[in-house]
Design a protein around this ligand. Structure first.
Ligand SMILES: CC(C)(COP(=O)(O)OP(=O)(O)OC[C@H]1O[C@@H](n2cnc3c(N)ncnc32)[C@H](O)[C@@H]1OP(=O)(O)O)[C@@H](O)C(=O)NCCC(=O)NCCS
Length: 254
């Protein structure tokens, strides 16, 4: 199913640097989330949004081994992600297939496809694209309420915290954006490097006017790839969406 027909009430209100975030919106729909994610993602991407309801969407046999040890909540989340991933693949003309869990917990996509899945308690979102267009892709969806203050040192490097302090009381909103950007970048980077990364392994630079981000690292294993990854973010009705991708057109990658 593409889109969620019923608007859901959200009670969040955020704001960061002027022009960067929308302030109080109290409703979102699946259609709105899908449209926004497609605006963030580069051309050629397909997206689907699915509500994580009380009923579990059916899994394919190749997905069942991973599902065996999951709690009911986790199973609903996992199956909603697979459900909307198959819907997004259908938009690319790909027949439904099993999407097993691969190394590092990353989904195993059909040959020639890159993609990414994210969930909240209420929804799952999947974005996919053909490898002919993109080398890799990572997405994240979070509630746009501020990051917990206790998580700030874990998520943000010193220089990121210094930069965020200029946003004053909205520091923890900015920290949430950095959190989401790092999650997207991690998912984009994983298929290329297979490297687990701590939050401090990379830093994020945010352009609040264009609502874009880039990443950098002193770790030579990932620094060059990171330099080529682009990111974009947007706040929609209490949710924060981010997308990071590595363009196929960039020939500097092998
Ligand atoms: C995987 C992770 C990034 C996000 O997981 P989460 O908190 O459950 O949040 P989301 O719902 O947004 O994403 C989960 C989905 O990401 C995908 N995913 C998980 N691990 C992945 C990986 N290594 N590479 C690509 N995608 C991955 C999966 O599809 C997963 O959903 P599924 O298990 O139902 O298939 C996080 O749990 C994690 O492992 N973090 C540690 C590393 C990290 O974040 N580093 C940041 C510094 S760069």
């Amino acid at each position: 199913m593409n889109g969620i027909p019923t608007p859901l009430p959200c009670a969040f209100s955020i704001g960061i640097t002027a022009g960067a975030w929308h302030t109080a919106r109290d409703m979102w729909t699946g259609t709105e989330l899908r449209t926004t994610m497609l605006e963030l993602a580069p051309p050629g991407a397909a997206c689907s949004v699915h509500r994580t309801g009380r009923d579990q969407a059916p899994l394919w046999p190749g997905e069942l081994p991973a599902a065996g040890s999951m709690s009911d909540k986790r199973l609903r989340e996992f199956s909603a992600g697979r459900y909307c991933a198959r819907a997004a693949l259908a938009d690319l003309g790909i027949e439904p297939v099993a999407l097993p869990v691969g190394p590092g917990r990353a989904p195993v996509w059909p040959a020639g496809i890159v993609g990414s899945i994210s969930h909240t308690d209420d929804i799952a979102i999947a974005v996919v694209a053909r490898q002919a267009a993109l080398r890799s892709l990572g997405i994240d969806v979070e509630s746009s309420d501020p990051l917990g203050a206790d998580l700030l040192p874990l998520v943000c490097r010193d220089e990121e915290r210094i930069a965020l302090r200029t946003t004053g009381p909205q520091l923890l909103d900015g920290a949430k954006l950095i959190f989401s950007a790092k999650e997207s970048i991690y998912k984009c980077l994983w298929p290329l490097t297979g490297t687990f990364l701590e939050f401090h392994a990379l830093g994020i630079r945010v352009d609040p006017v264009l609502q874009r981000f880039t990443a950098y690292s002193q770790d030579l294993h990932i620094a060059e790839t990171l330099r080529l990854i682009r990111g974009a973010y947007r706040s929609v009705g209490g949710l924060l969406l981010s997308c990071a991708w590595l363009d196929r057109a960039d020939q500097r990658m092998n």
